[in-house]
Design a binder for this molecule. Structure first.
Ligand code: WQD
Length: 334
């Protein structure tokens, strides 16, 4: 069975491709390499002994995407490809709306033309906005505070409307919380270009000495130690959630939003402590003012994933920090 993975050389995409291959699926990757490296294909081969078919195509290239469906009998799609930096989306909203929305519309049109109606979409907890109290449930009202989050909410709406127009579609909208960590091989992981926006890749660069210290954005929140609390989930657990969602989509029609989180909240300072014990490195930090748009606390209710997909997270914060440290140490030493 051939599965198309858009954004398959990216952080979550590559971990999902590894599991798809290990589960016996034949994988085709579409990626424009705007935020990933083609060498990831070699790492996937080193882990699985299979190098997936690869098309360097942008979803805005309608004919390029169409060619993939003309050349391959595709059974389902896992759709990761998209711009995903919150701050950047505020600075260049038109690029985010064009890339994420138009790209997805192209993909869905071409899938429809080829009667491919199974899709797993990479959504985000960011669609819950700032007015919902954690634990967050899939039935809660959605709102977004930045163009990145707005594209995720809009694409969810587009896919729900698509199902209403044609009940043959099988759509699963996976709302990620905070994915961190790396594959146990340390061959794939999160390695963003430039200065990271997210907490863990930033801490990792402090640990290897590439950044001087961590800026902790606020320690006056109403949380266990005043710093922000999030639901960190191991990227391999997250990847497994996609495999379970794909199997569910193959057996059901509908459009289901499902949280992928652990259901536990961890503060910034608790993460710093965990990364120090996992790496044996001191993480210097400086308390800074709160970051605009941040909520104090955000974590999932993950019952629906357990009930519908038979999925729940298995790895803990220490596993995430050990694997994340091993990856960045491997990348830095090679
Ligand atoms: C986590 C905590 C910060 C950096 C974002 C997106 C979300 C998803 C995951 C794509 C917060 C604090 C962070 C730093 C810090 N992305 N922090 N110093 O904001 O929860 O979620 O990334 O899907 O959509 O919104 O993740 O890692 O940026 O922040 O103190 O240098 O760490 O204030 O409390 P966030 P994050």
């Amino acid at each position: 069975m051939k599965i198309l993975v858009t954004g398959g050389t990216g952080y979550i995409g590559s971990h999902t491709v590894v599991l798809l291959i290990q589960e016996g699926y034949e994988v085709i990757i579409l990626d424009n390499l705007s935020n990933s490296k083609i060498e990831v294909l070699d790492s996937i081969k080193e882990i699985t002994n299979i190098k997936p078919q690869f098309y360097q195509v942008d979803l805005l290239d309608y004919d390029g995407v169409k060619k993939i469906f003309q050349e391959n009998e595709i059974s389902g799609v896992i759709h990761f490809a998209g711009l995903k930096a919150v701050g950047e989306s505020v600075r260049i909203p038109l690029d985010y709306y064009n890339n994420n929305i138009t790209g997805t519309l192209n993909l869905l049109r071409i899938m429809n033309e080829h009667n491919v109606k199974n899709i797993i979409f990479s959504s985000s907890a960011t669609v819950y906005g700032m007015n919902n109290e954690s634990p967050l449930y899939e039935t809660m009202p959605l709102s977004t505070t930045n163009p990145y989050g707005a594209t995720k909410r809009m694409i969810e709406d587009i896919m729900r409307d698509l199902y209403v127009s044609d009940n043959e579609w099988s759509i699963v909208l996976l709302r990620y919380f905070n994915p961190i960590g790396a594959h146990e091989s340390a061959l794939i992981g999160e390695n963003p270009n430039g200065i990271p926006n997210n907490l863990l890749p930033y801490i990792a660069l402090v640990a290897v000495g590439k950044l001087d210290h961590l800026n902790v954005f606020g320690n006056d929140y109403d949380t266990i130690d005043g710093t922000g609390v999030r639901d960190y989930i191991h990227v391999v657990d997250l990847a497994m959630g996609h495999i379970k969602a794909l199997k569910y989509a193959m057996d059901h029609t509908g459009a289901e939003a499902i949280n992928l989180g652990t259901g536990n909240g961890t503060s910034v300072l608790e993460i710093v402590k965990a990364f120090e014990s996992a790496s044996g490195q001191h993480i210097e930090y400086v308390i800074q003012p709160r970051r605009p748009g941040d909520v104090a606390t955000c974590f999932a209710n993950s019952n629906k994933a357990k009930e519908l997909l038979g999925w729940s997270a298995t790895k803990n914060i220490n596993d995430m920090c050990v694997d994340g440290w091993n990856f960045i140490a491997h990348v830095t030493n090679n």
